[in-house]
Design a protein around this ligand. Structure first.
Ligand code: CP
Length: 308
């Protein structure tokens, strides 16, 4: 596709093609751009991993990255996202990577129809397709398949674009998804994808414990003030004691940033079962695969270079 905005776009065959292309980049594959190509990363929500790894991916592919800071842009004068995008296209940007707090912010952009490519780097509590694909790569590297794997997604489900993207893609790929964390965050959307279990039930049987950050920036003021980190850790966290009861093959994942000592014990971030830093490294290669694919769609990279 020319634009990558949601995991709903991906067939299983597409996912495997992105994973294989990412693995090829990880093994040193390079590509040749047919002309000078320009990327702009428009982050209207804060980010360390996604922003940095998209820029790393773009630079490794040979793109030139034009800086954009919403705080010093004409967005502060009331310019809309649509007009901002029309502007940067007119100036010659070929790829816009966008993170925005509004769910489905990309819909009017897709309807407007751009010649440049759009990649969604996270929309509110909606979708986070590049995170989802890097998570798939990490799981695939570990187990070599998805079929029948038991994967728990635990924590702040209600506000999580990572949960929404991953539950859909993992189910589609044949994994069995379970949920944990505060029951009030396990709504009807999630029931359709998997059952709720307590942390003690989950740690005993899961292949993957995927923890999610409590997103204080999306909690109401009342809920935020009432939040007790220590009580959360005891009831819903991956404590050291619970981690010791995980099966031998099981791994710990977290999209990060991590609230150390809340959703998981601090020492577990660097524990042998943790794949948290591998996820970040894989993020660069997955984003190279995504960027190369959309550029191939525009003819800026020949199609044969992204075939695997
Ligand atoms: N996992 C993730 O999206 O991290 P950032 O918010 O730092 O990009």
């Amino acid at each position: 596709s020319q634009n990558l905005v949601s995991v709903e776009q991906f067939s299983n065959q597409d996912v495997m093609a992105y994973l294989k292309l990412a693995q090829a980049f990880k093994n040193g594959k390079t590509v040749q751009l047919s002309q000078p190509t320009f990327a702009m990363n428009l982050f209207f929500e804060n980010s360390t991993r996604t922003h940095t790894s998209f820029e790393m991916a773009e630079r490794r592919l040979g793109l030139q990255v034009i800086p954009f800071d919403p705080k010093t842009s004409s967005v502060t004068k009331g310019e809309s996202l649509l007009d901002t995008l029309k502007t940067i296209q007119a100036i010659g940007v070929n790829l816009a990577v966008i993170r925005h707090p509004r769910d489905r912010y990309y819909q009017p952009l897709l309807e407007a129809g751009f010649d440049m490519s759009l990649i969604n780097a996270g929309d509110g509590s909606g979708q986070h397709p590049s995170q989802s694909l890097l998570d798939m790569l990490t799981i695939y590297e570990e187990f070599g398949h998805f079929d029948g794997l038991k994967i728990a997604i635990v924590g702040d489900l209600a506000h999580s674009r990572v949960a929404r993207s991953n539950m859909a893609l993992l189910t589609q790929l044949g994994a069995k998804v379970y949920f944990g964390g505060p029951k009030e965050w396990y709504g009807r959307d999630f029931e359709a994808y998997g059952e709720y279990q307590t942390m003690d039930q989950l740690v005993a049987t899961m292949d993957v414990m995927m923890l999610l950050r409590v997103q204080h920036e999306r909690l109401s003021q009342v809920n935020n003030q009432a939040f007790d980190a220590s009580a959360y850790h005891q009831q819903y966290g991956l404590t050291a004691e619970r981690a010791a009861r995980m099966p031998k093959q099981a791994i710990i994942m977290h999209p990060a940033p991590v609230n150390r000592g809340v959703e998981l014990a601090s020492d577990l971030v660097e524990a042998p079962q943790s794949r948290i830093f591998q996820q970040m490294t894989n993020g660069v290669y997955i984003r190279m695969a995504m960027v190369a694919s959309v550029l191939a769609h525009q003819g800026l990279i020949s199609a044969t270079q992204v075939e695997v």
